[in-house]
Design a protein around this ligand. Sequence first.
Ligand code: CP
Length: 304
Amino acid sequence: VNHLLGIKYITKEDVELIFKTADHFKEVINRPIKKVPSLRDITIANLFFENSTRTRLSFELAEKRLSADVVNFSAASSSVKKGETLIDTVNNILSMKVDMVVIRHPNPGAGVFLSQHVDASIINAGDGAHEHPTQALLDSYSIREKLGEVKGKNVVIVGDILHSRVALSNIFALKLQGANVKICGPKTLLPKHIESLGVEVETDLRKALEWCDVANMLRVQNERMEISYFPSTREYVQQFGLNKKILDSLSKEITIMHPGPINRGVEITSDVADSEHAIILDQVENGVAVRMAVIYLLASKIKQ
Ligand code: CP
């Protein structure tokens, strides 16, 4: 397949190949000259219909470090505002000889829909509350880097699981690689039937942290909520906020992750986010190498 639409659609072998390729690119981007000429003949369009800091810059840097030509599109300043459809927008961009499209969109399934209607390789950079596959790949890559392997590790994902594409893609990726996964958060922010994906539910943060090797702390996504969910921010902080006092009271050291953006003082305090236990900026650094690997491997198929 010439797309990365979700972790749901890839195999353990695909993940292993992406990580092996990312190992090479991580070494490359730490050289004085951070570029390789591999994709001089490829043009990539980054289409962002939703806000982004990390994913957008990370994709652009990954593409430039592979020597691809890059065009960036932001819906807010585009003719989408004049009523142009997604397919018309993308087909117009593709007629300028674009080979690959990176898309972030608020609607779940936007990447899959596009892959069925346009002639280009599609990478999903986040589709609503559905999937964020490159985030999950860089998260697993960072666990592998920190702890040696993902297999057999206990990972808890804490927070607003219901609205989180990061949670769903991480669950697929972690299970694929043989990790044990729990989710933890207020019952109102946990999806029903999530156990069918092979994860356990724990609503007591302390118990979840005592069990885990890695805690992935997620933001409460107020922008995806049409109604106000219980609990209030104050209650959320009391029951699910990770602070130094809780971390120091655990019987073992754990690794702290966060996909960003952080709401400091809500899901995590600054002293934890900035501590030696946190690998949050390593995740961001690894994002470039992992995205280089994904783009490089998909582009190899275009060239065949
Ligand atoms: N982690 C992540 O997707 O961050 P952005 O929304 O800033 O891209």
